[in-house]
Structure formats: C-alpha cells, structure tokens
Design a protein around this ligand. Structure first.
Ligand SMILES: [Zn+2]
Length: 427
C-alpha cells in the first residue's frame, strides 16, 4: 500500500478522544510520542510509531522534525463576513465609553451594518476569503460563520450567500449560521418585535435555499429579551434549524438557562452566566462557547467562569468571535493563550476545547476535531516542542504546515534571519 502523504518523526501526536467531552473528560488528552501518520484519499489511513514508518511507502514524505502534529483547529464562533472596519472605536473604548453607549449613538455594530449593506457580494466574498486564508495559516481547518450585519432580508441573504460561496469554492469547511436578530436596525428602533417578525419570516426562505445550518440571536439588555429569544429559537427549531444564542455576555439575563431548556447546540459568551445556568450546562447537552478574546479586547477584567463550568461538568469550547468591533482577531492560537491566562484552563482542556468540543458545537463531530483511522486528514504541524507550548508562547503563529483533507493548504518557510545554516526543508 502506498499512501499519498506520510508524516514521520512526530514528537507528539495529539489524539483527542471523540467528543463532546464534558467536565472530567476534558482533563484527559491522549498524546502519542515518536509517532507517524499516513494519509490516503484525504483520510487518515494509518497511525503508528516513527520506527514503523520506515517500512511505509508514500508519494510525499514529511519529516516532522520531532515537533507536534494535531488535528486541524475548529473555530466555532466567527462573524466572518462584514464590510468596513472600526479602528476609530478603539479610542472611544480607551476613553472608557461602554459598548452599549457606542451602540446607542449609531456606532458599533450599526456602522458595520451600514458598511455591509453598501458592499457588493463580490467584495464581501473577497474580503472574507482573505480572513479565511489567515485563519488557515493559524491552523484552522473548520469554522462557523454567522450573518448578522445585514439586518434586512436582502442583506442577510447576501451575507449567507457569501458564506455559501466560500463553502463551495474554498478549501475550509464552513458551517453557516443565520444571525438576523443580531441588533435592532435603526428603521425598527421603536418596534423590535416587528423586526423580529421580519427575521422569523426569513427562516423559511433560508431553509428552502439551504443557506444556513444554525440560527443565532443576541440576547442582551437593549437588544433582544429572553422572551424574544425564546420565540425566535422556537420558530427556528420548528423549521428544523439547530439553535445558538449569544447569552449572558454583559448582563445576567438567563440566556444560559434558556439555551439548555431549549436544547440549543451552544450558548456563547456566558461571562455573566448565573450559578444556576452553569449547573444546567453541566446537566444538559448544550456546549458552552467561551470567547475570552472579546473580554480581553473590550478591556474588561471579569472573564467567563471556565473553571467552574468544567469542574461542575460542562462541555466547554473556545472560539475567536472574530468580528470588526468587539474582537478583531482571527488567530485561535491567541485565544488558546487567553484561555490559559484568563480562564485558567489547562493545556489539555484547551486542546480538547479547540478540537473535539468545537467540532461538536457546530455539528461536525464526525468530520473534524479528532485523528482516527478513516477521519478527515485535517492536520497541523506545529513548530513547537510539545503540546503545552502553544498557550505559553503567545501572540505568534506556531503553525508550520496545514493540511485539509490531506491536501497542504498552507506552509511556512523559515526566513534565514540570523544566517544560521538551516537544512533545506520546505513545509
Ligand atoms: Zn458573536
């Protein structure tokens, strides 16, 4: 048997157990040392020891140099498609203006809504495509992308079509989420329920065109209430959508409890989740998607209680929340560092969070997050000596090479900065 690709001399091969991993389960992480792995037809075909790999035939052989190989990372919460940028708001934040205040003045998300409405579908496609390339370079091979900057029929559908095109034509797996009720547009300022009716009406059209797998709603003071969120989630589920909710980010409204009660796939943010909400997460099937990059970027000191969630038995995952206002990063490795520093998660928990649990939160447990015989050959070769190293050395890109379905989609060539002779090795 000749394989397509053989990775040998792998110092540590990260093999997360199939998820979702809850509580104690998140604390275990299987590592195979001195490993090798072979790929055939886009799938993992063989896993063995480095010594055994000498017998294996392959078209392409890659010396992993004793470094770390993991499944491709999964980013389960991004606002990938948007027009414009909001660097001007950084100064407002530095001056201590709260986000809800910026929103009231027509800034914040509403300025992105305007820029997204004005942008053509092709331009949005190109812009989001560049973000995807960056995400891939950071080791992400599967992600979720939300709409929510159109806030009317035409522009929400435009955003979802961009995601569909990226999904059809790009190399990464993208799960599409309709987040029509992301904010209340100026034209509905006096009639939030009327706006929600419009978004509910859109569900059937999105379903029939297969433009989204999930729906999502921003449940927060000044945006949508618990009752409105329940109504939208129910309408979504009646049409066969799975649901997600931006819950308890700023105020403790009970969105976490609602998510579990409604059987939502995930509850996201959860900085202000109540003790009862956390207990419910531990008992229920809903995954907690934590977004420490957002708390960090908003300059806040109170982070989601990841330790309590995991210790009580919840399934926790991590995401970038990549968006132009509250978290402007598409680097999931940076989020891994924040999870260690601010959420006090262990390296084992962090790896499980960004692989199997992230895949589960977006319904891709069977397609991403693990490395087993027959699973997709989504792989990252990391320029690090061990799996604990990535959260530790923060703010840089440690990925050396990234494969999606066995095809190399990104690789780094080291620059010869110090004129130290390097063996010629292309990743
Ligand atoms: Zn979000």
């Amino acid at each position: 048997m000749s394989y397509d690709t053989l990775l040998y001399n792998i110092g540590e091969l990260i093999l997360p157990a199939p998820g979702p991993l809850k509580g104690e389960g998140m604390k275990q992480l299987k590592i195979k040392e001195n490993a090798a792995l072979a790929v055939k037809d886009g799938k993992i075909a063989w896993i063995g020891s480095h010594e055994e790999s000498i017998q294996q035939q392959a078209e392409t052989k890659v010396d992993a140099g004793g470094k770390v190989v993991s499944p491709g990372l999964v980013d389960p919460h991004t606002h990938l498609v948007f027009g414009g940028s909001r660097e001007n708001e950084l100064a407002l934040k530095q001056a201590g203006v709260p986000y809800l205040e910026i929103l009231k003045k027509g800034g914040g998300i509403l300025s992105t809504v305007q820029a997204t409405r004005e942008e053509s579908e092709d331009k949005l496609y190109e812009k989001a495509g560049r973000s995807l390339q960056r995400m891939a370079s950071f080791g992400v091979t599967t992600l979720e992308a939300k709409s929510g900057y159109g806030l009317d029929r035409e522009n929400e559908l435009k955003q979802l079509r961009v995601v569909q095109r990226l999904r059809d034509q790009g190399s990464l797996d993208i799960v599409s989420t309709f987040l029509g009720p992301h904010a209340i547009p100026p034209e509905y300022k006096q009639d939030p329920d009327g706006f929600l009716d419009e978004m509910v009406k859109l569900l059937a059209e999105i379903r029939s065109e297969n433009l989204a797998d999930y729906t999502d709603i921003f449940c927060e003071t000044g945006v949508f209430t618990i009752e409105q969120s329940r109504r939208f989630m129910k309408a979504s589920q009646d049409l066969g959508f799975q649901t997600k909710i931006h819950a308890d980010e700023i105020d403790s409204l009970g969105g976490t409890e609602l998510a579990v009660d409604m059987g939502a796939a995930s509850a996201d943010h959860l900085v202000a989740a109540s003790d009862e909400g956390i207990s419910k997460l531990a008992e229920g099937q809903t995954v907690a998607v934590l977004l420490p990059g957002t708390t960090f970027y908003l300059g806040k000191n109170e982070y989601a209680k990841a330790r309590k969630m995991i210790d009580q038995g919840a399934a926790v995952t991590l995401a970038t929340d990549f968006n132009p206002g509250s978290c402007v990063t598409d680097n999931l490795q940076m989020i891994m560092s924040l999870a260690a520093l601010k959420l006090k998660m262990t390296p084992e928990e962090i790896w499980n969070a960004v692989t199997v649990n992230a895949a589960h939160a977006i319904g891709r447990s069977d397609k991403a997050g693990t490395l087993e015989i027959g699973s997709a050959a989504d792989l990252v070769l990391w320029d690090v000596p061990n799996y604990q190293y990535i959260p530790y050395h923060y703010g840089v890109n440690h990925a050396l090479a990234v494969w999606k379905h066995g095809r190399k989609i990104w690789g780094r060539r080291d620059a010869d900065v110090f004129s130290v002779p390097q063996p010629e090795r292309e990743y």
